[in-house]
Design a protein around this ligand. Structure first.
Ligand code: SF4
Length: 362
């Protein structure tokens, strides 16, 4: 009997609690399911957002930081001459030397770049048509397209020295011709330093547009926005010229080029604020081919080769040269290029750059 008493007591007690416990359990189960659903949904939404923006998740980001990936010279700007017939007051690449590599050496360097992964070459200066009346440039353009089979070969020029004969000889090997034009008012061009005496920069621009159409070269315009053109409205003229791209740069100071004691220019008086640059962009927001480049985007997002085929590192606000790729190879020299590959992609550095893919209405 005395043995049965505790069991009976326990049974009695349990029966007392059974009712409230089962009702409590009944409430806890749906609450637990609800919490699980909420946290799962939050995780899924964040992953989805990262996928849409192309962001890595946190785990991937941490892993990625330690991996060294050698820089590929996908798109290279080769400033093979510093000589120019203009005297723009803000020039970023001034005539500090008159050196130009012998043609065969330049071809050797371009072959090294192609082996290292180059897909696009842009020839620039100085004025690239000044050396050997454009023949040197024409031979390099043909070499890059025919021998190296590069998807994209382009030129940036002030346009003043280009003749129709050049298009007849070399136009078929060129994908894009970019012409610098900072103003459609001749007086402003004269103030900037792009005046040509009695020749008119804007008239020449129109002629070049026609030749590009006739010889099937994609036509691009580059403009540097500075103190003298920042108030201009270029909507009408740009739309009429209908370039594939209108690159709009904010005027930039580079020590040793257009600023500081060793510089050949003093560009301080050309500089505009970020707000003024934004206002210019806002005024031209309806031009669909406009590609803006603020100082921030521009600084380290170009792979620049100078006349000795040295990469120029602009990280410290000046152009510090690496060793020449002709002496140490591309992989070694590019380590000192200061190139910001992420910014290159962010500023849209990789685009449809072959005329075969552009599907142009010539
Ligand atoms: S045209 Fe270009 S290279 Fe020549 S002075 Fe002007 S900015 Fe410099």
């Amino acid at each position: 009997m005395w043995m049965l008493t505790p069991i009976a007591f326990a049974g009695k007690t349990l029966s007392l609690f059974r009712q409230p416990l089962s009702s409590l359990w009944g409430r806890l189960v749906p609450l637990f399911c609800w919490l699980k659903a909420v946290f799962w949904l939050r995780g899924a939404t964040r992953a989805q957002r990262q996928q849409v923006r192309g962001e890595p998740d946190e785990a991937e980001e941490e892993e990625g930081e330690d991996i060294y990936v050698p820089t590929t010279p996908t798109s290279v700007n080769y400033h093979f001459t510093r000589q120019c017939n203009y005297k723009c007051g803000f020039c970023f690449h001034t005539a500090k030397t008159s050196f130009v590599l012998p043609l065969e050496e330049a071809k050797r360097g371009l072959s090294l770049l192609k082996k290292a992964g180059m897909e696009k070459i842009n020839f620039s200066g100085g004025e690239p048509f000044i050396h050997d009346r454009g023949e040197y440039l024409g031979k390099l353009v043909k070499f890059c397209k025919v021998d190296l089979q590069l998807p994209s070969v382009s030129i940036v020029s002030n346009g003043s020295l280009i003749r129709e004969r050049w298009f007849q000889n070399y136009g078929e090997y060129l994908d894009i011709l970019a012409i610098s034009c900072d103003s459609f008012e001749e007086q402003v061009n004269v103030l900037i330093g792009r005046g040509q005496g009695n020749k008119n920069h804007v008239e020449k621009l129109q002629k070049l547009r026609t030749w590009c159409r006739d010889y099937r070269v994609a036509f691009k315009i580059n403009s540097v926005i500075n103190r003298f053109n920042v108030g201009e409205d270029m909507n009408e003229q740009i739309k009429a010229l209908n370039p594939v791209r209108w690159k709009v740069f904010q005027c930039l100071l580079i020590e040793g080029e257009n600023s500081g004691k060793d510089a050949l220019r003093e560009a301080e008086r050309f500089i505009i604020s970020d707000e003024e640059f934004e206002e210019f962009l806002e005024r031209h927001k309806d031009v669909s081919c406009l590609v803006p480049e603020s100082n921030q985007k521009m600084k380290d997002s170009y792979l620049i080769l100078d006349e000795y085929m040295r990469f120029l590192n602009c990280r410290n606000g000046r152009k510090d040269p690496s060793k020449s790729i002709l002496d140490v190879g591309v992989e070694e020299a590019i380590k000192f290029s200061g190139f910001d590959e992420k910014m290159f992609l962010k500023r849209g550095g990789k685009y449809e750059w072959s005329k075969a893919d552009l599907k142009l209405d010539w």
